[in-house]
Design a protein around this ligand. Structure first.
Ligand code: GAL
Length: 446
């Protein structure tokens, strides 16, 4: 039997989140103002309408692609099998910006869902609003402290109390490859940025599209994050995106990262702007593009289409990042509920999410690996096995780093500033040097 991700790498993960979460929080202040202004409204509204009424579980998420929807269905099935009613609150848009905007509106109007997909430092921000429920009793019953790596458990807690349940660990620094296309172009699977450019040039010369990319801010940032890690390495990534060091953000290595991004623009088709990430994955699947930089939710698409890892497609670390692991943890934060019935349905939800059965079925479909350390991985494919092994190795090597493009590393305000610059660079003729300078300025201003 393949052992699960016991001795989880997160046991040794550097405590970057907690330290960083509160360091730059203008958006939290803004959010607080709006929510507090609405607090009185909310009290009245709650007595009049409760969207999550008796026995109903309403979950806000953005799992709308083929693989994601199959994963979400696993949650819905578990909830309905327990006798609760599922109310789907899906807001499309990769990366979740649309969903989080919708969530703010709902909470401000006093109608929070039972739970919402909120991740990383944002859990602290919502916790500070006073709108999240303390679910310590459920966590104690389920022995969460023992089955979760401490670093994941601490992300789920606000002021020492559990307010969210973790679902998985996604790896972001992956490259998805169509091996037949590479073979046809006489290219080898890239392991470094230099060999990536070589392969891309060969593909282009053979008349094939090297890269599937959708020009939206989430995808631009996901690509940029992996390229930055590939060009600059882990220490550079930490200095730039965890420590937010101004000299690093505007320095020569960052200029080199934007130089690489500039070159990558030449491997992307004209249809890229506005294309959803999952349609990019379909392009790799169907031989329309040879590679895609994307987190392993892309694997959910391959799985949903019946494709087999290692044969139909390859998952390899993004070029130049093999020793590192950028993590992205999905979690459901629980909102305070007014009625005992709604609280009891919420407890069912939190318990279900942390069950080994759910963490298996959901993640088989989602492309990620379970957050629990005691879930056997023998039903998982080669990419998941590699993810788990690489997570462990990266933890020991201190190369486990939070993905900023998926809201794990910094406050939303800082992240927004960085993503704006990256996206502007991708969709204009801004020079690499100017982009690096703008990056530092955006972080300073946020
Ligand atoms: C990530 C999220 C994943 C997946 C992806 C694409 O931020 O953690 O669960 O949904 O966005 O939308």
């Amino acid at each position: 039997m393949v052992r699960a991700n016991v001795n989880s790498p997160f046991r040794k993960a550097p405590a970057t989140h907690a330290a960083h979460a509160g360091s730059k929080r203008p958006s939290a202040a803004r959010l607080r103002l709006t929510v507090l202004t609405a607090a009185a409204m909310a009290a009245v509204a709650l007595s009049a309408t409760t969207p999550s009424h008796a026995g109903e579980v309403e979950v806000l998420h953005w799992w709308t692609s083929g693989g994601e929807a199959r994963a979400a269905q696993a949650l819905r099935d578990m909830i309905t099998a327990q006798g609760d009613t599922w109310k789907d609150y899906a807001v499309a848009g990769g990366g979740g910006d649309n969903a989080l905007t919708a969530l703010k509106t709902r909470v401000v109007s006093g109608q929070p869902p039972t739970a919402a997909q909120i991740k990383g430092p944002q859990i602290q921000e919502w916790g500070a609003e006073g709108v999240l429920a303390n679910i310590d009793a459920i966590a104690t019953d389920g022995n969460w402290n023992a089955v979760l790596p401490p670093a994941i458990a601490s992300i789920m807690k606000y002021q020492g109390h559990y307010v969210a349940a973790p679902i998985n660990v996604h790896r972001v620094n992956w490259l998805w490859v169509n091996p037949a296309m590479l073979a046809q172009a006489g290219a080898t699977v890239p392991t470094t940025m230099a060999s990536f450019f070589e392969a891309a040039d060969k593909l282009k010369a053979a008349g094939m599209l090297p890269l599937a990319h959708g020009g939206d801010p989430m995808q631009d940032a996901t690509l940029f994050e992996s390229v930055a890690l590939g060009v600059g390495g882990v220490d550079f990534y930490r200095k730039a995106f965890i420590e937010l060091d101004a000299a690093t953000l505007s320095g020569p290595t960052m200029v080199a990262v934007f130089d690489a991004m500039q070159r990558i623009k030449g491997y992307i088709d004209k249809g890229s702007p506005g294309r959803d990430w999952n349609l990019g994955t379909v392009m790799v699947m169907n031989g329309k593009a040879a590679m895609q930089f994307m987190g392993d939710w892309a694997k959910g698409e391959f799985t949903a289409a019946g494709k087999v890892a290692g044969t139909d497609y390859l998952c390899v670390p993004a070029p130049g990042t093999a020793g590192a692991f950028t993590y992205n943890i999905d979690s459901l934060a629980m909102f305070t509920q007014s009625s005992p019935q709604a609280r009891s349905s919420q407890a069912h939800l939190a318990t279900a999410v942390m069950s080994p059965e759910f963490q298996t079925v959901f993640n088989l479909n989602k492309g990620s690996i379970p957050a629990r350390i005691d879930v056997p991985l023998d039903r998982f494919d080669a990419c998941a096995q590699q993810s788990s092994a690489d997570l462990r190795a990266a933890s020991s090597a201190q190369t486990l780093i939070p993905s900023f493009s998926h809201k794990m590393a910094m406050s939303p305000a800082v992240e927004g500033g960085i993503v704006d610059v990256v996206s502007r660079f991708m969709h204009s003729s801004l020079s690499p040097k100017a982009a690096a300078a703008q990056l530092a300025a955006a972080v300073k201003a946020s």
